[in-house]
Design a protein around this ligand. Structure first.
Ligand code: IVH
Length: 747
C-alpha cells in the first residue's frame, strides 16, 4: 500500500484522516469489483488496506466510522439501500434433526390444540431452499416493493433488483388488493458454475457457494448487474394480505401458482409424521439431482385456521418446523484442549483443531461441552461415541449443524497416537487458581473464586455491556477488558463512576492511548444515558444463572419495581434453603429405596423439609415460582446470588448508581385483561392450558400458576379445587371458561 506509517505511531488526528482515506479507497474498490465487475486493485492490496483499517480501528475504537469498511460484508454496503419495515414480521423456523423431533412436533401441536392422537391433522412438506428470503408487495396487482428479510423487522428495499428476476411477476390478475408474497431467491448449480467461470475469466473472485452468489447478486446497488445474474424465486408463504388466498396452506400455494409464481414441485400434503418422514426420505434422495441447493424439508400445518390458533413463539411459528439434513462432516486432528472460564465460573473445554473446511467454512475450534463429554459419557453417565474418550493428538470428526458452534462427532481409535493420555480435566481454575468443583447434579465444573476470579469478573463485565444488557455505545468487550486490566473497573458499578474518577485529574480517559477529548466525552455521555435503565434489562444484566432475557422480562413484569423484586427474593431466602434440602432429601430417598428394593416415598420426604418454615418465606417462594416461566432453578439462583454477601454488595452499589425504570404493563388499552394477573385452574374444555395462556398473554395479561392477593381474575373450569377456594377467601373475581371467552372475544 502507499502511505503506510506504523499504526502505533499515528496520532488521533492522523488516524482519523487515515480511516477516511481507507474508507474511500475500499468503497471504490468494492464498487469496481462488485458493481462494475472490474477490479482496480489487486486482491493483496485490497486485503492489506482492509487489515490496516481494522488495525487502526482496534487501536482507536472510538474513531470507527459509521460507514466503516469492516462492517461491509459481501457485495454492496448495507446502507446503500433504503430500509423497509415489514408490516408482518419475517420470522425464521425452529429446527428438527431426527424423526423423533418430528413425532414430538406433531404431539406438541396436538397437545396445544387439544387434539387426540387419532384426530386428523394434515401437514404440507416441501424442500427448504438454501437461498435468501424475499418479500414482494403487490398492491392492486402491481409489484410495488421488494424487501430482504434483514433482522426480521426491517429489511432492505431491493425493488429495482427484484423486477429483473424473471420468476417474479410484476403484475398479477385476480389477486387480493394487498398481497405480500414471500419466498426464496436462489441460484441454480448450472448458473452458479457459469457465473463463477465468468468471474474467473475477468480475474475476479469466485463465490463460495450458490447462496452467497444469490445474496451478492440480489444486493447490488446497480440493478443492471442483478439483471445479468440468473436469479430464481420460489414462493412458499405470504405476509400482509387484504383477503385470504385459501383456507389451507396447500390451497394458498396452489393459488400462488395460478397467479404466476413458481412453487416447488416437491410440495406434498401428508396426513401425519409417517408420511412426512417418507416424503423427507424422497426429497433427500433427489437432493443431489435437483440442480439447486436445499438444506432440509419444511413441514407446515395445512389448515390455516389451526395455524392462526397455534400462532407464534417469540421468533418462530408453532405450526411449522424445518427438518434439516444431516450436517457435513470432516476429519482433522485435535491439537489441544483450552479451558475457558465463563461469567458463572463454568470451565468450558474447547477443542483446538488443525483447521479444516466443513461445509464451505474453515473450522479451527469445536466445543467439548464438559469433562464427561470428553470422557465419552453424557450427564447421566450413559456412553456417547460408544464410550470413546477424546485425547490430544486424536483424529476427530467435526460437524456443523446449522450455524451453531462446531462439534465433535467421532474419534478414530485406529489413528490414536501411541502414548496418547486420557485428558485430565483441571481441578483448579486456570485463571485464578481457586478450586474448581462440581456440585451434585451439575454437568459443569465451576471455579469457586467468585469475584476474586479475574476471568469471571471480566466475563461478567463483558456480559454487562453486551447488546441485550446495558449496550453502552463505545464500551465493548475490548474496552472493558482493558479497563479491567488497568484496575479502572472491577465491577459494573465502577462503570458509572468512570467520569468522576477519570474525567479529570492525574489519570484521564482522554489521555489514554486510543482515546481523545471527543471520544472520552462521548463515552461519558453514553454511560450517563444508560443510567436510566428499564427494570428487565437490569435484571438480565446481572448475569445470574438461568436468568436470560425471557425470565428477566417475566420477573420485571411480575414485580414491576426493583424494591418489590429484591424484597421478594430476600424474603424467600429460607424457603429456597428448604427447597434445596428437599431436593437433596429426595435424592437420598431414591437411593435408599433402590437399595432396599422398594418404591421411593418422595412426597412425605420432601414435605418434611418444609415443616416449621415461616409463612412469609413460603408465600414469597410460591409467588416467585408461581410466575409462569420461572421455575425452582431460576428462583434458587436468584436467592443464592442475593444471599452471597460480596455479590449482593456489588449489586447494591450498582443499583445505587442507577435510575431504574419500573416495568409498565404493555400498552394494550383495548384489551379488558391487559395488565391483569390471571390464573387458570380446573379443566378447560374449549382450549388447552397452553393455548389459553398464550392468548391471555397476547392480550397483555400476566398468567400466574398460583392464586395470591395480587391475582385479578381466576378462570375456573370443572374440578377446580384449592385455588378456587383460596380465590374466594381472598375475594378474587372468579369466572368460568365461557365467561373468559366472552371477555376476551369482546377484545
Ligand atoms: S416458511 C414463518 N418455507 O428458511 C416462517 N421457509 O429457517 C416462514 N426457507 O427465513 C418460512 N425454504 O428464508 C419456509 N419452503 C420454505 C422455505 C423457507 C427456505 C427459509 C426462509 C426462512 C428460513 C427459516
Amino acid at each position: 500500500m502507499s502511505k503506510s506509517g506504523a499504526v502505533n505511531a499515528l496520532s488521533e488526528e492522523e488516524a482519523r484522516a487515515e480511516l477516511a482515506r481507507l474508507a474511500e479507497l475500499l468503497t471504490q474498490a468494492n464498487a469496481a469489483y462488485h458493481r462494475d465487475d472490474a477490479p482496480e486493485i489487486s486482491d493483496a492490496d485490497y486485503d492489506a488496506a482492509k487489515a490496516r483499517n481494522a488495525e487502526i480501528e482496534a487501536r482507536f475504537p472510538a474513531l470507527k466510522r459509521a460507514d466503516s469498511p469492516s462492517d461491509v460484508v459481501g457485495a454492496a454496503p448495507a446502507d446503500g439501500f433504503s430500509k423497509v419495515t415489514h408490516v408482518v414480521r419475517m420470522l425464521s423456523l425452529g429446527n428438527a434433526f431426527d424423526p423423533d423431533d418430528i413425532t414430538e412436533f406433531d404431539a406438541r401441536i396436538r397437545k396445544y390444540l387439544g387434539f387426540g392422537p387419532s384426530a386428523p391433522l394434515a401437514y404440507t412438506a416441501e424442500p427448504k431452499i438454501d437461498g435468501l428470503s424475499l418479500s414482494l408487495r403487490y398492491e392492486k396487482g402491481s409489484l410495488v416493493q421488494a424487501a430482504t428479510r434483514g433482522d426480521g423487522s426491517v429489511g432492505e428495499n431491493v425493488t429495482a433488483n427484484a423486477r429483473t428476476i424473471t420468476d417474479i411477476p410484476t403484475t398479477l390478475t385476480d389477486a387480493p388488493d394487498v398481497l405480500e408474497v414471500r419466498g426464496e431467491v436462489y441460484m441454480s448449480h448450472a448458473d452458479f458454475d457459469a457465473l463463477n467461470a465468468r468471474q474467473l475469466e475477468k480475474g475476479g473472485k469466485p463465490f463460495a457457494n450458490p447462496r452467497n452468489a444469490a445474496a451478492g447478486s440480489l444486493r447490488q446497488l446497480d440493478s443492471e448487474i442483478t439483471r445479468a445474474r440468473p436469479l430464481r424465486f420460489f414462493a412458499y408463504a405470504w405476509g400482509d394480505i387484504s383477503a385470504p388466498l385459501a383456507d389451507s396452506q396447500s390451497g394458498a400455494i396452489n393459488k400462488l401458482a395460478r397467479l404466476g409464481f413458481q412453487t416447488n414441485p416437491l410440495t406434498e400434503l401428508c396426513d401425519g409424521p409417517q408420511q412426512m418422514l417418507k416424503h423427507y426420505a424422497k426429497i433427500e434422495q433427489q437432493r443431489a439431482s435437483l440442480g439447486y441447493d436445499i438444506d432440509g424439508v419444511v413441514y407446515k400445518v395445512d389448515d390455516l385456521g389451526l395455524q392462526q390458533r397455534l400462532g407464534f413463539r417469540s421468533t418462530t411459528p408453532r405450526w411449522a418446523i424445518a427438518h434439516k439434513f444431516p450436517a457435513e462432516l470432516a476429519w482433522t486432528t485435535l491439537e489441544g484442549i483450552d479451558i475457558q472460564v465463563g461469567r458463572t465460573g463454568a470451565l468450558s473445554p474447547v477443542a483446538r483443531l488443525h483447521p479444516v473446511t466443513v461445509g464451505g467454512v474453515v473450522v479451527s475450534n469445536a466445543t467439548l461441552h464438559n469433562e464427561d463429554y470428553i470422557a465419552g459419557r453424557d450427564s447421566k453417565g450413559a456412553q456417547i461415541r460408544d464410550g470413546k474418550d477424546i485425547r490430544v493428538g486424536d483424529w476427530v470428526q467435526v460437524y456443523r449443524a446449522g450455524d451453531v458452534i462446531p462439534k465433535i462427532a467421532d474419534v478414530d481409535m485406529s489413528k490414536r497416537p501411541v502414548g496418547a493420555q486420557p485428558y485430565e480435566f483441571p481441578l483448579t481454575c486456570p485463571d485464578c487458581g481457586s478450586d474448581a468443583i462440581r456440585e451434585e447434579g451439575d454437568a459443569v465444573r465451576r471455579c469457586t473464586g467468585g469475584l476474586i476470579c479475574p476471568a469471571q469478573a471480566v466475563e461478567k463485565l463483558k456480559y454487562f455491556v453486551s447488546r441485550a444488557a446495558f449496550d453502552i455505545e463505545g464500551l465493548g468487550a475490548k474496552q472493558v477488558e482493558q479497563f479491567y486490566l488497568d484496575g479502572w473497573i472491577a465491577e459494573p458499578a465502577d462503570i458509572f463512576a468512570l467520569q468522576t474518577r477519570y474525567g479529570r485529574g492525574m489519570q484521564q480517559l482522554k489521555n489514554r492511548e486510543g482515546w481523545g477529548d471527543k471520544s472520552a466525552d462521548n463515552l461519558f455521555a453514553a454511560i450517563e444515558e444508560k443510567r436510566n435503565i428499564p427494570l428487565k434489562r437490569l435484571i438480565f444484566s446481572l448475569g445470574i444463572r438461568h436468568v436470560g432475557e425471557v425470565a428477566a422480562a417475566d420477573l420485571a413484569r411480575h414485580f414491576g419495581t426493583w424494591p418489590a423484586l429484591a424484597d421478594a427474593i430476600d424474603t424467600a431466602r429460607s424457603a429456597a434453603a428448604c427447597h434445596l434440602q428437599a431436593d437433596a432429601a429426595e435424592a437420598r430417598e431414591r437411593e435408599t429405596a433402590q437399595r432396599e428394593g422398594r418404591r421411593a416415598r418422595i412426597k412425605p420426604v420432601r414435605d418434611a423439609q418444609w415443616v416449621g418454615l415461616d409463612q412469609a418465606a413460603k408465600s414469597a417462594w410460591d409467588d416467585l415460582t408461581g410466575i409462569d416461566g420461572i421455575g425452582a432453578a431460576v428462583a434458587a439462583a436468584l436467592v443464592t446470588t442475593f444471599a452471597q454477601e460480596a455479590e449482593r454488595a456489588s449489586i447494591d452499589r450498582l443499583v445505587d448508581a442507577l435510575n431504574i425504570e419500573p416495568d409498565a404493563a404493555p400498552a394494550q388499552a383495548a384489551s379488558p385483561v391487559s395488565g391483569k394477573t390471571v390464573v387458570f385452574t380446573g379443566t378447560l374444555e374449549k382450549m388447552t392450558r397452553a393455548e389459553a395462556k398464550a392468548r391471555a398473554e397476547a392480550l397483555g395479561a400476566k398468567v400466574s400458576g398460583s392464586v395470591s392477593a395480587k391475582t385479578d381474575l381466576l378462570v375456573a373450569g370443572p374440578g377446580a379445587g384449592s385455588k378456587a377456594k383460596k380465590a374466594a377467601d381472598l375475594g378474587v373475581e372468579t369466572i368460568d371458561e365461557d365467561g373468559w371467552l366472552a371477555l376476551i372475544e369482546s377484545a
